[in-house]
Each structure stands twice: as C-alpha cells, then as structure tokens.
Design a protein around this ligand. Structure first.
Ligand code: FMN
Length: 224
C-alpha cells in the first residue's frame, strides 16, 4: 500500500482486537518515531500493552474498545509545537495504515498513565494516537469539497498538483471533523495554509499540510 492509498483507506478506528503489534510493524514504527523526534524536535513514544489509558469513562463514552497500544505525542513548549505534532504524527498514522494497522487521533478521550510515559521537564503531552488491529476498517463520512477550502478566484484554474494537494488534505483526520483549514496558491507559486480558530486546529493544520505534500508530489511544495 502506497501512502496515497493509505490516505484513501484510512478512517478513524476506535475498536481493536486484543492482538500485540507484529515485530516488523513495531520496528518500522520505532524507526519512524526516531526520525520524527530527531527532525521534528519532538518526544513521541510508543506505549504497548497499556489498556489503562483507554479504560476510563471518557474512553467508553468515546466508544473506544480494546485499545492496548498507543503513541504519545509530546514535545517542549513552543509556538509551533501543535503544528509539528500534527505533521509528524500523521506520518506515523499513514505508515501504520500501510503496515495493516488502524489508528485514531485522540485529544480528549483518554487518561494519562504517568508510569508509562516519560516526559522531559517542560514537555507538553498534547494528544495520543490509538493504534492496533481494528475490528473494522472504519467508515467514511461527509467531508468538505475543494471549493470550501480554497481562496477564490485564483485557484479556479490552479495547477494539477495544487488540486491534488487539496484533495489529499480533504481526506485528512481533523478534531471533531472540523476541517477548519484553507489553502491558497500565491502568484509566486508558494502555498499558504491557514487554520481558523478551533480546538486543536493547529494540530489539524500540521496533519493537512502533510497530506497536501503527499497529494502534490512529485511537485515540491514551498510553504508561504
Ligand atoms: C487533533 C485530533 C484530535 C482528536 N480527538 C479525538 C478524541 O478525543 N476522541 C475521538 O473519538 N476522536 C478524536 N479525533 C478523531 C476525529 O473525530 C476524526 O478524525 C474525524 O471525525 C474524522 O474522521 P476520520 O478520521 O474517520 O476521517 C481527533 C482527531 C484529531 C485530528
């Protein structure tokens, strides 16, 4: 499965089989986590076999079942922390999809287990991503259309790569499916991506920028 196929196949999955990660999946994830932490300046951790984080009332209310493994997304406090968490976290989400795993970004409906998470002083734990072999592959839902998320009229005859970037971004997960992002193509060929106010909208922005880059490839996106 390519990353573009993973974008199309991915839906949030909240119910998982009680099955540990395969060794090769774990190794691939650990390698990608090490890269994300080094290049993204983050402190992402894989926590395995810890059902406690999703055993509380909130997780049940949020319909989570059988979560045993998850990614903790943390990093030192900084103005762009959320966007980096979104950008690098979504790389792990799409990698997981190619490894036959399912995922769900989770900002609210989990309980922090301090014994299983090691944060550096000053680190902020912003959210987690549940991970595992889903009992289903999830389901599609209503999403915005191209015209809803681009600034007009410049993009009316935008190049193919810009359109493909936006289409890939429209398939990205966002908090409460808010999709509060907009893309604009500038006359100099750079792309402006903006998030309107919303819960975790800056994490969403990082997520959709990664999708946009994958959709626009092989064009190399230069962000405004
Ligand atoms: C930053 C972020 C936080 C999220 N937090 C939660 C959460 O706390 N509980 C939950 O059930 N889903 C959560 N989600 C999943 C969204 O509800 C889901 O991505 C959205 O409804 C779109 O559905 P899809 O992922 O299947 O495309 C979150 C998603 C993102 C991107």
């Amino acid at each position: 499965m390519t990353l573009l196929e993973a974008i199309a196949a991915r839906h949030s999955v909240r119910s998982y089989h009680d099955r540990p990660l395969a060794d090769d999946a774990r190794a691939a994830l650990q390698q990608a986590i090490a890269r994300a932490n080094a290049e993204g300046g983050l402190n992402i951790q894989l926590v395995e076999n810890d059902p406690s984080a999703f055993a509380g009332f909130l997780a049940h209310y949020g319909k989570f079942r059988g979560v045993r493994d998850y990614l903790v997304l943390a990093g030192a406090k900084a103005p762009d922390l959320d966007e980096r968490i979104g950008y690098w976290g979504e790389q792990l989400v799409l990698l997981a999809q190619t490894l036959g795993l399912n995922t769900c970004w989770v900002a609210l409906t989990y309980t922090k287990n301090a014994e299983r998470v090691s944060l550096a002083p000053g680190d902020r734990l912003r959210c987690v991503i549940s991970l595992g072999y889903g009992t289903t592959q999830g389901a599609g839902h209503r999403i915005k259309q191209y015209a809803d998320v681009v600034a007009t009229p410049v993009e009316a005859d935008a190049p193919e790569w810009f359109r493909c970037g936006v289409e890939a971004a429209l398939l990205a997960p966002t908090a409460v499916n808010q999709q509060k992002f907009r893309f604009a193509l500038r006359p100099d060929g750079t792309v402006e991506a903006k998030a309107r106010w919303g819960f975790y909208a800056k994490i969403d922005l990082g997520i959709v920028k990664y999708h946009f880059e994958l959709g626009a490839a092989p064009h190399k996106v230069v962000w405004a």
